[in-house]
Design a protein around this ligand. Sequence first.
Ligand SMILES: [Mg+2]
Length: 382
Amino acid sequence: MADKKKILFVDRDGTLILEPEDCQVDSIAKLKFYPNAISMMARIAKELDYMLVMVTNQDGLGTASYPQKAFDEVQGLMLEILGSVGIEFDAFHVDRSFPNENSPNRKPRIGMLTSYLNGEYDIENSFVIGDRITDVEMAKNIGCKAIWINDGSNLGGDEISSKVHALAEYVALETHSWEKIYEFLRFGQRRAAAKRTTNETDIDLDLNLDGNGRASIDTGIGFLNHILELFTKHSGIDLKLTVKGDLHVDEHHSVEDAAIVLGEAFTKALGNKAGIERYAFYLPMDESSATILLDFGGRTDLEWNVSFKREKIGDLPTELIKHFFKSFAEGARCNLHVTAQGENEHHIVEGIFKGLAKAVKDAIRRDISKVSNEIPSTKGVV
Ligand SMILES: [Mg+2]
């Protein structure tokens, strides 16, 4: 069977072009493009295999408050500019009703899009790209996922917040960056989930290397939660981690197994590592300094040059911090050199984890300026 065509259902206002305060782009003076929308859409059009379909609500188009001519002028110039860099839409669907008319064609409803649902298109791997929660809702109605451009401008209000929660599973990517959209469409997301149960620990983990720095962490050890939250925040990785360990024995198994499962999830999520930077180093913070050298090259080693005088920081034994890094390095099959010194040991540990976060962030970064996705090794495998 011939490959079915995938579709990008692209919103216009707030997505390709900026939406003014009065929500109506009815003059050339109001035509401003969303940052990097042109350059990234050009690469999407040229390099990736999607049909481009524009779907937009233009409230009251054709009435006295929004003459057709005003729309045509803006739309014409916009398409001319997009066309000049090779962005050609295959179809346009413009709904011109007001919200209170409840038109079956108005987003999030899909009255104008039924012809795409006849089985001839690869809807499952298609996406809606839009800036409103109604765009996400439209993706749900189509049967695909949404790339939600959320710059915060269309958020606020309990009604929308509860909708966001209800529609979360239909959001494939939430971002305010067109570069991230391109990266996502080209490479996909690097995710891994793990459940692991032993006599000592019960672990549930969900990792997204291309996330937004969101953490939901409960290891039963307050200070470990804190430093892993720092890690996610500064690496831009999303991490959900629950550890139910034998803390009545001591903290050892919980820390060790959390690090192993996290490291293994890294290995899984990184996949063949095509296009990544692979190496990174970092040196931060305050009166303390931490140096992290990192190579996701497939071999495991830990060089550890940190010593602690305190037995515990919060509820975390300091001896387990080295053990965490060792277990992580084994799971993630990476080479880690950690050197840190300072006076305040709380700061030292924070510095190490922030340094790890920044090093990881650099090492897993995919360079979208390159057109080919090379494996970062002369051996062709890492
Ligand atoms: Mg919009």
